[in-house]
Write a protein that binds this ligand. Structure first.
Ligand code: NAP
Length: 337
């Protein structure tokens, strides 16, 4: 069966198609015939740096969906033909996060989903919404679960609250759709006026071009009558963290998710402590959060925004599109049966 592999440290130049032997499932294992994979920003980082701490080649990508081809002995949760997706952290099923829960991350600590067949423990899978295509279901595991966790679990946001989102990538577009369906006001920033028009069509209440308005936190304060937003989903990192804290109301929360402009940099304490604000790290989420998300998107009839689906042979072009931030929403790679 066909798969891709990357070697941490080699960059995307090291992305290569390989043949791997198919095998029967071990006890407790499910063999998934992957039909679609979606890319996350993380998938562009792992090949460049030694993100997972080990330089051994691995199958990339956390997010994939497909059909159960076979189950090992003692498997109870799934049967042949079921439609499933892998969960990001294979060991985080429910309850609080901890070191044991985050050890096995698909496409990071362990082989991921960019392959025709993957073997996962039955506990490391969820059933996907019936109305979703495989391409749509492949958009759920990382970006959507992260947005869900940041908004409704750690963010503790309520209908009527104002949330600020950054950019038009996977996490932010999912967060826009979830937040609007849950009755929130959304302010969203982007580098592109065309993309800002598209987010207004998706329901964003107010938009700011962060290139044209580099001090966008002042605009966010103006838009909230000087009060500040209740919650920021911080994906910008080095260039945005300080501004996010400044844009947040007294007692509000900055959910620290990513660093598309860099993961390190100086930090000013005063705007945080003088406003008694909270900064909360977010690390994707548990299987329980994924299942809650699936119920919500089914009830609310929310479908992911698929930017573009690439054929398996053009996986590199899909990576390039994401890395250049030409996308809007999720970039998908289709996997042949
Ligand atoms: N902690 C976690 O569990 C977790 C989970 C998922 C993702 N992440 C992290 O979250 C970040 C986003 O991930 P993703 O997969 O959604 O990324 P993505 O799909 O690649 O989207 C990135 C988007 O960020 C926007 N952007 C770039 N520079 C920016 C800046 N200076 N200020 C504001 N926006 C900026 C761009 O949007 P425009 O083109 O509209 O400007 C770009 O399209 C990454 O750092 C990723 O590692 C973390």
């Amino acid at each position: 069966m066909k798969a891709y592999q990357v070697t941490p440290g080699e960059g995307l130049a090291g992305l290569k198609a390989v043949e791997r032997a198919a095998r029967a499932p071990a006890a407790g294992e499910v063999v998934v015939g992957v039909r679609a994979v979606s890319l996350n920003y993380r998938d562009t980082i792992i090949p460049k740096f030694n993100y997972a701490g080990e330089a051994k080649p691995l199958v990339p990508c956390s997010d994939g969906a497909g059909e159960v081809l076979a189950v090992g002995s003692a498997v109870k949760r799934f049967k042949k033909g079921d439609r499933v997706a892998g969960i990001f952290f294979q060991g985080w099923l429910d309850g609080p996060i901890g070191p044991a829960e985050t050890t096995a991350a698909l496409g990071g600590g362990v082989d991921g989903m960019l392959a025709q067949q993957v073997h996962l423990d039955e506990n490391g899978l969820v059933a996907v919404p019936h109305s979703y295509t495989y391409a749509e279901a492949a958009c759920l595991p990382c970006a959507a679960v992260t947005a869900w966790n940041a908004l409704f679990v750690e963010g503790g946001i309520r209908p009527g609250d104002t949330v600020l989102l950054q950019g038009t990538g996977g996490v932010s577009i999912w967060a826009l759709q979830l937040a609007k369906a849950a009755g929130m006001r959304v302010i969203l920033t982007s580098s592109s006026d065309d993309k800002l028009k598209r987010v207004r069509d998706l329901g964003a209440d107010d938009t700011i071009n962060y290139k044209a308005t580099p001090e966008w936190q002042n605009e966010a304060l103006k838009l909230t009558g000087g009060r500040g937003v209740d919650l920021v989903l911080e994906v910008g990192g080095a260039d945005t963290l300080k501004r996010s804290v400044m844009a947040t109301r007294y007692g509000g929360t900055v959910a620290v998710i990513g660093g598309v402009s860099g993961f390190a940099g100086p930090f000013e304490l005063m705007p945080l402590l003088m406003g008694a604000k909270t900064m909360k790290g977010i690390y994707v989420g548990s299987r329980k959060m994924f299942e809650d998300l699936n119920r919500f998107v089914t009830a609310q009839k929310i479908k992911p925004v698929v930017d573009r689906a690439f054929p398996f042979e053009q996986a590199r072009a899909a990576y390039d599109r994401l890395e250049a931030a030409r996308h809007f929403g999720k970039v998908v790679i289709e996997v042949p049966a």
